[in-house]
Write a protein that binds this ligand. Structure first.
Ligand SMILES: Nc1ncnc2c1ncn2[C@@H]1O[C@H](COP(=O)(O)OP(=O)(O)O)[C@@H](O)[C@H]1O
Ligand SMILES: [Mg+2]
Length: 251
């Protein structure tokens, strides 16, 4: 479980009044797709960085599977790994194999273990035949897969996707969602997906909505459908609006 209790954060420590996150409390469970939505600058990526332990809260408590993600990094690596929006900024190797092995270098595994982990993850993501290929030759969709694989190879207990599908074409986006759903079914791995795309919202079972650093909604997608119709802050899927209109006309 990811647990936030009255978490506050600001980037500019000197400014005493303005918070980038204001007293945010929620929890996310494994086995669900936890969706984080909100406009630009609403605090979504800040929540992701806090979950991963890349930054530390100014006040409040964060636990990921019972441990502090910030303290855990120093001892044993990421509890929650982030996949960022733009694969170009995340890829560090020149070949697929190098990129997959990069994070493992710090985990004090022997060569054998490293090779078998890289091979296993490459097979799972259909990248095995491309292990020796230069990353520059990959398609946009393959690069996105490589980013997910490079985080997965570290075996984090949670995966956080920060607007991962915003630049994928509709077909690649379908593949993306299939992979995300396979994690939830097969692996004991928690999933948080940040997205502003209305079409992604239909995949969320739990929704956290942010506005100006405050958590303005925490509930199921059905509850959100009812609460958010008429609210112009969020780009709801057309099908949801339609469904709601039909419901109202039947009431
Ligand atoms: N590295 C940073 N330094 C200073 N301010 C930042 C930084 N990153 C984000 N912010 C500010 O924090 C707020 C929340 O940003 P962010 O979490 O990136 O929002 P979102 O991901 O929802 O677009 C915004 O006002 C943004 O300008
Ligand atoms: Mg962001």
């Amino acid at each position: 479980m990811i647990f936030f209790d009255r978490v506050e954060f600001r980037y500019n420590e000197k400014s005493e009044t303005s918070f980038n996150l204001k007293e945010v409390s929620f929890s996310c469970q494994k086995g669900l797709i936890n969706g984080v939505i909100g406009g630009n600058g609403s605090g979504k990526s800040t929540v992701a960085r806090l979950m991963a332990g890349m930054i530390q809260p100014l006040a409040g408590t964060i636990k990921v599977d019972g441990a502090s993600p910030f303290a855990h990094i120093i001892q044993c690596g990421f509890l929650a790994g982030i996949i960022f929006q733009n694969p170009e900024n995340q890829i560090v190797g020149t070949t697929v194999e190098e990129d997959l092995a990069f994070g493992l270098e710090n985990l004090s595994l022997d060569r054998e273990q490293m090779h078998s982990r890289v091979a296993e993850i490459a097979r799972r993501f259909n990248l095995y035949d491309l292990l020796k290929a230069p990353v520059a030759n990959l398609s946009g969709g393959q690069k996105q897969l490589l980013c997910i694989a490079s985080v997965m190879v570290m075996e984090p207990s949670w995966l956080i996707f920060d607007e991962p599908s915003s630049h994928l074409d509709p077909w690649a986006r379908q593949d993306f969602w299939q992979i995300v759903k396979s994690f939830i079914c097969e692996k004991d791995i928690g999933v948080v997906v940040i997205s502003q795309l209305p079409e992604d919202m239909q995949h969320f079972s739990h929704i956290l909505a942010f506005d100006a650093g405050a958590l303005v909604f925490d509930g199921t997608s059905n509850q959100f459908k009812k609460a958010a119709i008429g609210n112009t802050c969020f780009n709801l899927p057309e099908s949801w609006k339609f469904e709601r209109l039909m419901q109202i006309s039947n009431d």
